[in-house]
Design a protein around this ligand. Structure first.
Ligand SMILES: Cc1ncc(COP(=O)(O)O)c(C=O)c1O
Length: 409
């Protein structure tokens, strides 16, 4: 009844072979499938579960709220609490609107930028994914790349023509894209790219993007759907000390339930209806159960939490590097905080062209041995592995033991 049996294509195991496991339960760093097998989970719902599966405080808070009603189509106090947590964490966010998915957040950010500038063209980077809205589904990284389709059928060329593509970490290609006609409304990017595997911004790259975009009269949109509350409490913009005009958040802000956000300069957010002329709406926007899960998850993200995420990410990286070296495998590990990817067959990945040179067949074989040894990895060579607060030394040891087998194989 369901195409390929999945409700989002990356859940299918097309890139690694075999059938996806149906998951029935999760707790901490572990998930169990319908056949009763246990796995250390490095998917973590593709990023939202920074506190691990079914965190007791999140579950308790969500249950309490659900008993009082699941949503009202009217403002609720918890929306203000979540907005306060976001505005408090992100120096560049003065106002925020809550939406339901990361796709909506980026779509709305683009519409605000177009409304603010009166311009239509948008610049994105090859291999960055910003959700599946028509205009952004151009050279969009992991999902499409996993299936070998750079752009989606069904997107009219009239729409994709409004999107120009530059290469990540390549200032000259951005300069060229900015100089094209008509002038650009916005430059959108993942400040830590995580949809072509994890690719950190080269030193100075983000500063240059902001400077060149502003000089061209374009707004800068940081898509921090993955990196927000992940690589630092205040996202990549805190970690690298650079402020965009607009920021998109998702995943962690919903704590595993559907909430996302677009935030930024107050004058830009005030362009949204009903204050301004840029329309955006949503039946479930700011749903109180989802906002509660987000608020509780963010509450768990203390300074100590980021130290732990960094330490466990570093330990996993170091362990994998050692194993790769002693196995004589050609592979590299790229990490930012608790986001990490092992790329096979290459020495370093700076952009999507490098990512495409990785050996997908070797990754597929690695993946299959990992799952046989009880480690659930994202089923694609172009995805980030997500370490959560629930991944302690015991879990890292299990991952490394499985990786030893996989690299030997
Ligand atoms: C950076 C980035 N932006 C946007 C999105 C789209 O978010 P959603 O899947 O919630 O629509 C994703 C999803 O993975 C993402 O990684």
């Amino acid at each position: 009844m369901i195409p390929a049996g999945v409700n989002s294509p990356v859940r299918a195991w097309r890139a690694v072979g075999g059938d996806p496991r149906f998951i029935v339960r999760g707790r901490g760093a572990y998930v169990w499938d319908a056949d009763g097998n246990e796995y250390v989970d490095l998917v973590c719902a593709w990023g939202p579960l920074i506190a691990g599966h079914a965190h007791p405080e999140v579950v308790q808070a969500v249950s309490n709220v659900a008993r009082r009603g699941t949503g009202f189509g009217a403002p609720t106090p918890v929306e203000i609490e979540l907005a306060e947590a976001i505005v408090g964490a992100f120096a560049s966010i003065e106002k925020v609107r809550l939406v339901t998915s990361g796709t909506e957040a980026t779509m709305t950010a683009i519409r605000i930028a177009r409304g603010a500038t009166g311009r239509a063209r948008v610049i994105k980077f090859n291999g960055c994914y910003h959700g599946h809205s028509d205009g952004l589904l151009v050279r969009a990284g992991s999902g499409a790349a996993t299936f070998g389709v750079p752009d989606s059928a069904g997107v009219p060329p009239e729409i994709s023509r409004l999107t120009s593509v530059a290469e990540y970490n390549d200032v000259e290609s951005l300069r060229a894209a900015l100089a094209e006609d008509p002038p650009p409304a916005a430059v959108i990017l993942e400040p830590v790219a995580a949809n072509m595997g994890v690719v950190p911004p080269a030193p100075g790259f983000l500063e240059t993007v902001v400077e060149l975009a502003h000089r061209a009269g374009a707004l800068v949109i940081f898509d921090e759907v993955i990196s927000g509350f992940r690589v630092a409490r205040g996202g990549a913009q805190e970690r690298y000390g650079i402020h965009p005009d607009l920021t998109c958040l998702g995943k962690i802000v919903g704590g595993g339930l559907p909430v996302a956000a677009v935030g930024g300069r107050g004058d830009l957010l005030d362009l949204l209806a009903p204050t301004g002329p840029v329309y955006q709406a949503g039946t479930l926007s700011g749903n109180p159960i989802a906002c509660t899960a987000g608020r509780e998850t963010i509450r768990l993200l203390t300074e100590g939490a980021y130290d732990a995420l960094e330490a466990h990410g570093a330990r996993l990286e170091a362990g994998l590097r050692d194993l790769i070296r002693s196995a004589g495998a050609e592979a590299c590990v790229q990490r930012v905080g608790s986001l990490l990817t092992v790329f096979f067959g290459v020495r370093a990945v700076r952009d999507f062209r490098d990512a495409q040179a990785t050996d997908a067949d070797v990754f597929a074989r690695f993946f299959r041995v990992m799952i046989e040894h009880g480690v659930n990895l994202p089923p694609s060579p172009y995805e980030a592995w997500f370490v959560s607060l629930a991944h302690g030394d015991a879990e890292i040891d299990r991952i490394l033991a499985a990786a030893r087998h996989a690299l030997a194989a």
